[in-house]
Design a protein around this ligand. Sequence first.
Ligand code: OFO
Length: 183
Amino acid sequence: MNTKRLSSNMEIALSAQMNVELLQSHNYLSYGIWASSQGYGGVANFLFRHSKEESDHAIKFMNYVLNRGGKPTIDSTPKADNDPISLTDCFNKVFQHEVENTTAIYNLVDMAMEEKDWATWNFLQWFVKEQIEEETLATSLIDKLKIAGGDRATDESLFIFDAALEKMPDDAPMARDSTSEKP
Ligand code: OFO
């Protein structure tokens, strides 16, 4: 008896998104390594935590496909993005990746709607909401950096920016508790 509750196209598309989330995780990790090597420990810590969140998003996709009777596949992950040239460039890249990811999620929502796969449509709404938060967070950090002086910011204002990111609330409990269901 076939117990798979996803179309093969949807199974492939959700599996591809799992791999996109893994790449996102690697990009954040790579930016974090760059930030740490530049002496921005707070920024690095923020980016490392975010890398963990992205890998948990991948787990969410993985669990969902498995729960619906499918089988996701891990692809070979492409090389992480190049090092940023400055903190402003770093957060511009973060924002750009989040917008690309939002587009990928919207495409999945379109597909779920076309297939009338309401379970997957419902599952994806968590990600639609999450992307609003992540884009807002990236935008607010770009704004804060601008206020600090952007690429011409003084060492003192960058020190304060770095310290603020160090203290940002940690979303790791959600990350550790990742399932396809819980927010
Ligand atoms: Fe940054 O987001 Fe995953 O989905």
